[in-house]
Design a binder for this molecule. Structure first.
Ligand code: TXA
Ligand code: MG
Length: 322
């Protein structure tokens, strides 16, 4: 199941030839291409069905390489890289000349991270360069957290799939703008705001969480086929019954506080009490309810501390206008 040394060598060859490799990371699977090859980057956008002005994340093998890809490394960036890499943190910095505008969607800033996954790090080491990798799903749909999800979503559009097992974190990296002023979270993710503030010993702003204005972030990102509706936990049993009676195939994300409450629905997922477990499972649950034929999913927002901020952001987006 897990990629062998031979697979890694083969994947590095595919990258050198301008091909696309599905890459396991600790957050979600990425669709990787040589970050310095604009033709390969064009194939990434095509495979995802993603507009070409959406910036990609450049993945590198070690924090020490950051200076090769950005114009300068401010102290804030150095500290965060030292403490959080490899890990689910992406830093937005001024673009270095090695990064083509095709990778940044034309921006003069670039998003960079070091993924914490042995297979990803082995590939980056074998390849020698950097890979640009968006999540390996079709544009706007739920991110893949297993190699099978990637195969289902992208099929033949990927030249080689590296299987690294299910992703540990389960939601994407936290994106932090460190180009100047107060560091600002552009997308909450696997590293929490609390952790970032502890590392920096100062405040980290949140770019109004669910209304984040990162280029390339649309309200309906991370959406399953079924319509997602956010409701207060206490209202779930009544809402589920009502929607079932209206003829919907209702899927429910049952919060831990309602674990013992009987709910009339087509399919029920018991939400784990631990936010780490919830994050790890979230995208799989959305896919599962789609597969079970639900056309409506009822979910509640978790408290926005710790990983709850990222969970709440993804649920808002899943429920956003299409
Ligand atoms: O966990 C992750 O970050 C995963 C894995 C594969 O590493 N990647 C991922 O990539 O989520 P993607 O393309 O699905 O999301 C990248 C996000 C987009 O929302 C994009 O707008 C933002 O990063 N981004 C990239 N470059 C940026 C920049 N220069 N300034 C602001 N946002 C940027
Ligand atoms: Mg994505």
């Amino acid at each position: 199941m897990t990629a062998t040394t031979g697979d890694i060598q083969k994947a590095a060859e595919v990258l050198r030839g301008g091909g696309l490799v599905a890459l396991p990371t600790e957050t979600v699977y990425g669709l990787a291409a040589d970050a310095e090859n604009p033709a390969a980057l064009a194939r990434v956008f095509q495979a995802k069905g993603r507009p070409a002005d959406h910036p990609l994340i450049v993945h590198i093998g070690a924090a020490e390489q950051l200076g090769d890809w950005v114009a300068d490394v401010p102290e804030t960036a150095r500290l965060l890289a030292e403490h959080c890499w490899p890990g689910p943190l992406t830093l937005v910095l001024r673009r270095g000349h090695r990064v083509p505008l095709a990778a940044t969607g034309g921006l003069e800033t670039v998003a960079v991270r070091v993924p914490a996954h042995p297979v990803a790090l082995a590939l980056l080491s074998a390849f020698g360069g950097a890979v640009a990798a968006p999540s390996a799903n079709r544009f706007g749909s739920v991110s893949p957290t297993t190699a099978d999800h990637v195969r289902t979503d992208l099929g033949d559009a990927v030249d080689f799939v590296l299987d690294g097992g299910p992703c540990e974190v389960g939601v994407e990296s936290t994106i932090v703008d460190v180009t100047g002023g107060t560091p600002t979270i552009l997308r909450p993710g696997g590293v929490t705001r609390e952790e970032l503030e502890a590392v920096l010993g100062g405040p980290v702003a949140v770019g109004t969480t669910t209304r984040v204005r990162v280029p390339g972030q649309h309200p309906s990102h991370y959406a399953p086929r079924a319509r997602v509706v956010l409701v207060e936990p206490d209202e779930i049993p009544a809402e589920a019954r009502r929607a079932q009676e209206e003829g919907h195939q209702v899927g429910v994300f049952l919060p831990p506080s309602l674990a013992d409450v009987p709910v009339k629905a087509h399919a029920v997922v018991a939400v784990p009490a631990s936010s780490a477990d919830y994050a790890r499972g979230l995208y799989g649950y959305l896919r599962e309810l789609d597969e079970r034929g639900c056309d409506l999913i009822l979910a509640s927002l978790p408290p926005e501390n710790g990983l709850g901020l990222a969970l709440s952001n993804r649920l808002h987006r899943a429920a956003g206008p299409r």
